[in-house]
Design a protein around this ligand. Structure first.
Ligand SMILES: *Cc1c(COP(=O)(O)O)cnc(C)c1O
Length: 239
């Protein structure tokens, strides 16, 4: 099932790229494997998937050693400072930077390893109270503050759009994030390379691609339903 689902998602990504005049290689598909067993990840890997996303540090810590070394792991969920140690040497990118305190802690952990961690700033474009992320208005200043940390490199922005039955409703938020990224890029801030745009999930990734996404995070569409409520699935259980 995973193989067929992956092929169908691939096909839709290709079509969305074509519709919007983009090259397929401008968009990275991140297979969101949270709560799913290693066996299913192996199936997706065998079918060609190399980028996987998890929203809990413990899952990356536990799964990564059991799987192929050339998998690129993406930390996409809310990250607590005391859990950075589980993932700092295992992930290629942290998509969910949302506070200076967290940036400082990531910088410190990356510094100890002598690496520079690519990060995306999570923006709450729709202003949903239940979600993390900083406001669009704060984003430029936030990026400036993070840019001074030597072991972090800001590569763009991420958002989790509202849950909706009509994905067209989320187009406005994707457009807004894309514009925000371009605006900040034009400021040419040192040590910042906008615009990676991590946006779009199972329900709305095609629209996100039409609006400029460079990374889409697809879970259910590849691995099937998860057996717990969406709020918990989104990793929004706070410190
Ligand atoms: C779970 C999750 C996804 C994938 O959600 P689906 O709707 O299953 O595709 C994407 N991004 C984040 C941050 C998630 O927590």
């Amino acid at each position: 099932m995973v193989v067929e689902n992956l092929a169908a998602v691939e096909q839709k990504i290709t079509e969305a790229c074509r519709r919007s005049g983009r090259n397929r290689d401008e968009v990275t598909l991140i297979a969101v494997s949270k709560t799913k067993p290693v066996g299913m990840i192996e199936e997706a890997y065998a079918a060609g998937a190399r980028d996987f996303g998890e929203n809990k540090p413990q899952e990356i810590r536990d799964k990564q050693p059991q799987l192929a070394e050339d998998i690129r792991w993406h930390m996409i969920g809310h990250l607590q400072r005391n859990k950075i140690k589980y993932i700092i040497d295992k992930v290629c990118m942290i998509h969910s930077l949302d506070s200076i305190r967290l940036a400082q802690a990531i910088d410190e952990a990356a510094g100890k390893l002598g690496i520079v961690m690519p990060v995306l700033v999570e923006v709450n474009v729709a202003g949903e109270e239940s979600k993390g992320g900083i406001t669009p208005e704060e984003t430029e200043q936030f990026v400036r503050e993070v840019s001074v940390f030597p072991h972090i490199h800001v590569e763009g922005l991420m958002t989790i759009a509202p849950f909706t039955d009509d994905p067209e409703e989320n187009r406005q938020y994707f457009r807004k994030l894309s514009k925000l990224c371009v605006d900040i890029k034009q400021k040419n801030i040192d040590n910042v390379s906008m615009c990676s745009l991590s946006m779009g999930m199972t329900g709305d990734y095609e629209i996100a691609i039409e609006e400029g996404a460079t990374m889409v995070r697809v879970g259910t569409g590849i691995f099937g339903e998860r057996n717990y409520p969406r709020t918990e699935a989104d990793g929004r259980v706070e410190e």
